[in-house]
Design a protein around this ligand. Structure first.
Ligand code: HEM
Length: 391
């Protein structure tokens, strides 16, 4: 006992934690040995669950992109969170849904004369997107409550997971708020709300993936703080670029200025054309020239930063997971920029636009995995693993 107490008082490395092997508590067991050991089954369950939910979020975002690009997003003009899970089941119900759609400006000015069969197609897209949103809610909440009941999740992780759940619920409300913007006066949804909806979805996706990665058993990496900061910056910039991309999509800014590298006949258009709206800040959201210009400029900045970051990691680490991550991220950013340019030059064909949106989320996933990997501090790993290792 005395020896045990003396060992506890001894100063040790900051990654020292108490670990549990079976029922026997071993004080001061370094997390490194935990990290090297077989993945604990509970940790594996929680991680697999988070990854499945992240995959569902990815699928929902992709389906949302298809819904927007096929012009289907306004086909369901009501929000019934529970009963809406059932599609129309009779001819009468289909006619009733179609009648509601006929009251909105989009039908009257864009789709007038549309057949019931064509309406069913746009309805199924929107219904599928909303259904997947509901599936995510259930796939997150039920296992979460079960894990909580079993006591497998400690307070720090609990708060983070409740936050993700709260953001998911908010996302449902934001989706409806977005749809309402296209029901009365506009022919499509507000670009502000569309961009917020997509960025929130991507934030939830990033949080799920980051948390799942934190539960992965492995060693930390010692890299200069500068590299960690750049990896985080890249992650934040990719998320910001997704926001700007959604503004391009929402304001249909990809249907004009279909040249590259020139935009409106120049590399940098005239300031008077970039800022003609009043007040000045509205140009950032509503002037299609500035909206598209910003999306291009940020792509160039991200590309340059990714190359610089890869060179820095190569110098600091001489191989390993950090370099692989930086290389894959830089390659994906290059590919994504290439797809973006093709999407623009071909005036946003459905296939390329869908690919560009899906690849944005894949790029974000790699940015998250890479930033989490290089920012991982051993003590932090210990903190988050502790509840799953103790019973
Ligand atoms: C890191 C690089 C890039 C990322 C992460 C990115 C991401 C995105 C995202 C998320 C969207 C919204 C898609 C949607 O909601 O359907 C978008 C739209 C768009 N992006 Fe990019 N983009 C990148 C680079 C570029 C580049 C370099 C160009 C062209 C010069 C470009 C052109 C476009 C166009 C034209 C759209 C509108 C597509 C539509 O209307 O559906 N992107 N981008």
């Amino acid at each position: 006992m005395a020896l045990w107490l003396r060992r506890l008082r001894q100063p040790g490395p900051d990654y020292i934690v108490r670990a549990v092997h079976g029922k026997r508590t071993i004080p001061n067991e370094p997390i490194m040995s935990v990290a090297h050991s077989e993945p604990h089954p509970r940790r594996r369950f929680v991680r697999a669950w988070l990854l499945i939910v992240a995959a569902l979020v990815f699928a929902t975002a992709a389906l949302g992109g298809a819904t927007r690009l096929t012009g289907s997003g306004l086909s369901i003009v009501e929000w019934r969170p529970v009963m809406g899970a059932l599609p129309p089941l009779s001819d009468e119900a289909w006619h009733a849904e179609f009648a509601k759609y006929k009251t909105i400006p989009q039908y009257q000015e864009v789709n007038r004369g549309m057949s019931l069969e064509a309406f069913k197609v746009i309805y199924w897209w929107e219904w599928g997107h909303r259904l997947l949103g509901r599936v995510i809610g259930v796939a997150f909440l039920l296992p979460f409550l079960w894990f909580l009941w079993k006591g497998w999740i400690e307070p720090g992780l609990r708060l983070r997971l409740w936050t993700i759940f709260g953001l998911g619920a908010l996302q449902g409300a934001v989706g409806w708020w977005m749809v309402t913007s296209g029901l009365a006066e506009r022919l499509s949804v507000s670009p502000y709300r569309l961009a917020f909806h997509l960025t929130l979805a991507c934030t939830i996706f990033a949080m799920l993936l980051w948390t799942a990665q934190r539960l992965k058993p492995r060693d930390g990496i010692d890299l200069p703080p500068r590299i960690r900061t750049r990896a985080m910056l890249l992650l934040i910039l990719v998320l910001a670029q997704i926001y700007l991309g959604a503004l391009v999509a929402g304001s249909r800014a990809g249907l004009i200025y279909n040249t590259w590298p020139l935009i409106d006949g120049a590399l940098v258009p005239d300031v008077s054309r970039l800022f003609f709206e009043r007040p000045w800040w509205r140009n950032f959201f509503e002037n299609t020239l500035l909206v598209q210009f910003n999306h291009r400029m940020l792509a160039y900045a991200i590309f340059a930063l990714a190359i610089l970051h890869t060179a820095n990691v190569a110098r600091a680490s001489r191989g390993g997971a950090a370099l692989t991550g930086a290389l894959v991220l830089a390659s994906l950013i290059t590919l994504q920029a290439g797809i973006g340019i093709l999407t623009l030059l071909h005036v946003v064909p459905l296939g390329l636009a869908l690919l560009h949106q899906a690849m944005a989320v894949v790029t974000l996933a790699v940015a998250v995995i890479h930033a989490e990997r290089v920012s991982q501090r051993r003590a932090a790993t210990a903190d988050i693993m502790r509840p799953l290792l103790s019973s």
